[in-house]
Design a protein around this ligand. Structure first.
Ligand code: CAA
Length: 246
């Protein structure tokens, strides 16, 4: 039987590469997409050549606690207990803190950090009860080192790391591992949306002198989800070209 995985932000730059990799590794994937984006999600599903057996598109507002609780309980009843949960959904609202609106702060904290509670909480107990599973949280190098213009994003991404360590301690007795991947600057629409001069100057500081490929982040997810990684928990795996060495 296929293992069951859920990913949030499934059709984004990194999310899409992770989704493909999980399907390649024979998971059945519940791929969440944001409310109202069905057409776009369906287009993505078709462009990837997925089948209904491989991927189920699942509308979910990851910022809505009650909706997540209700819908994720329902999907567990229909599909079974999850083997893997990948918290990947994330947004940026960059700007210097002195000019940052409350909206830019709360949007990012809600989408990038509170979503991790909303999505993991309804699924975690069943994973523990089953006696095994993996939670993988996609953080960022900027949650490790802090980034000018990203007080909101860095706070949320750092929060994911603390959450991971705490949950790893709780999951261990049940064989559920919880880890973080901290990607560096990756070739995705999110990074491509940056001002060219700012991105160029950041690129010049990356020891490997290039952006990460989304597939390189997906490979790290595949590894942490694999049997070989069974003894790794509470860990932050940096995939950043040497930009920050923790
Ligand atoms: N450290 C110190 N000072 C800095 C700085 C830094 N890293 N970056 C900029 N400054 C300085 C500038 O030199 C400038 O100084 P002067 O006024 O003396 O010229 C001043 O701060 C203002 O800088 P900007 O012109 O850049 O300010 P702005 O208000 O026009 O733009 C910003 C602000 C939009 C946040 C812009 O700085 C920016 O885009 N920064 C990069 C943010 C970033 O890295 N985002 C990552 C998005 S991708 C992602 O998040 C994925 C991931 O996980 C990696």
């Amino acid at each position: 039987m296929k293992k069951l995985a859920l990913i949030t932000g499934s059709k984004g730059g990194i999310g899409s590469a992770i989704s493909s990799r999980l399907v390649e590794n024979d998971y059945r994937l519940i791929a969440t997409y944001y409310t109202g984006n069905y057409e776009c999600a369906k287009e993505w599903f078709e462009s990837k050549g997925f089948t209904d057996d491989q991927v189920r598109l699942f509308e979910l507002d990851v910022t809505n606690t009650n909706e997540c609780q209700k819908k994720l309980e329902e999907i567990q009843e229909e599909e079974g207990t999850f083997d893997l949960v990948v918290n990947n959904a994330g947004i940026t609202r960059d700007g210097q803190f002195k000019k940052m609106s409350a909206e830019a702060w709360f949007d990012v904290i809600n989408t990038n950090l509170n979503s991790v509670f909303n999505v993991t909480q309804p699924l975690f107990a069943a994973m523990c009860e089953k006696g095994g599973g993996r939670v993988i949280n996609i953080s960022s190098v900027n949650g490790q080192k802090g980034q000018f213009g990203q007080a909101n994003y860095s706070a949320a991404k750092a929060g994911m790391i603390g959450f991971t360590k705490a949950l790893a301690a709780e999951g261990a007795r049940s064989g559920v591992t919880v880890n973080v991947i901290a990607p560096g600057y990756t070739g995705t629409p999110m990074v491509e949306a940056m001002r060219e001069d700012v991105l160029d100057s950041i690129k010049s500081t990356i020891p490997l002198k290039r952006l990460a490929k989304p597939e390189e982040i997906a490979a790290a997810v595949a590894y942490l989800a694999s049997d070989e990684a069974a003894y790794i928990t509470g860990e932050t795996l940096s995939v950043n070209g040497g930009l920050y060495m923790a």
